[in-house]
Design a protein around this ligand. Structure first.
Ligand code: IP8
Length: 267
């Protein structure tokens, strides 16, 4: 890696796809985010995106997270999940490229191995070369090989926390489909109260209240995201959770400006 501490942007699958309609991108959101990423102009940015209505329904249909089963459809489902994630990644890459972001995709299935769902091995040769040349690496939640399960789903959020810890990220920005964390689901409860700032201890306290995502989600919705991110917060990485479906929040978070959302820090 170059010397600058990376900033890691996770783009939630719920923001860039319509989670209620299978394999449906929100093209206008993808394009606007690409524009904001270009405008933020960060040399040390790593992007990770989620699966949304591309990866999750296929992974759920074949039970990919639970691993390999003696059933030919299960093996086909693993291949199909990888393929459909590469399709969503292609749309994200296309938009980044046309917005002049020097982005290169690094498919996690080709460089990560998990053990019982947790990252065990990462070949970072390509990431290091990309960082040296000041290119913008793009990872995503993927179906990966697992030493115990045969294969499984590696969530974008586990990837984010792993990369943030390994490369000592200066911060994580999580662009989701709500303006941060709330005490109940803001999509169904107009009185849901936002959390503007949380310490790690406060986050752990509200963890049981955090919701599951709408539609198929094999990695546990917001509650699952937070559980994956906690190890990075424990290491002192600052996390901003903000709305990616509304203009400029991600840009503002990337450029250290105040945003509508939730700021999380260790203490
Ligand atoms: O949306 C899961 O990634 P996430 C990716 O970041 C798949 O949890 C393949 C379901």
């Amino acid at each position: 890696m170059n010397d600058a501490k990376p900033v890691i942007l996770k783009i939630g699958g719920s923001a860039i796809t319509d989670k209620n309609v299978e394999s449906t991108p929100r093209t206008e959101v993808i394009n606007r985010l690409a524009e904001e990423i270009k405008r933020a102009d960060l040399d040390n940015l790593i992007i990770v995106h989620g699966g949304g209505s591309f990866g999750h329904p296929t992974a759920a249909k074949y039970g990919i997270k639970d691993g390999y089963k003696e059933d030919p459809s299960n093996k086909q489902g693993f291949a199909e999940t990888q393929y459909i994630m590469s399709v969503l990644n292609g749309l994200v890459m296309e938009s980044l490229i046309w917005h002049d972001v020097p982005a290169i995709c690094i498919p996690p299935s080709s460089c990560f191995i998990t053990e019982n769902g947790k990252i065990k091995f990462f070949d970072d040769t390509v990431l290091k070369s990309a960082a040296k040349m000041v290119l913008t690496p793009v990872f995503y939640g993927d179906a990966v090989f697992d030493e115990k399960l045969g294969f499984t789903i590696l969530s974008g959020d586990q990837l984010v926390a792993y990369l943030a810890i390994k490369y000592k990220a200066s911060k994580i920005v999580l662009g989701v489909d709500t303006d941060g964390l709330f005490d109940s689901d803001p999509k169904t409860n107009p009185n849901a109260k936002p959390y503007k700032h949380l310490t790690l201890a406060e986050l752990k306290e509200i963890q049981p209240k955090l919701g599951k995502a709408a539609g198929a989600d094999v990695t546990g919705g917001m509650a699952g995201k937070i559980a994956e991110l906690i190890p990075a917060i424990e290491q002192g990485v600052h996390v901003t959770i903000t709305g990616a479906t509304k203009g400029l929040s991600v840009y503002r978070a990337l450029t250290d400006q105040s945003v509508l959302g939730t700021e999380i820090e260790k203490a």
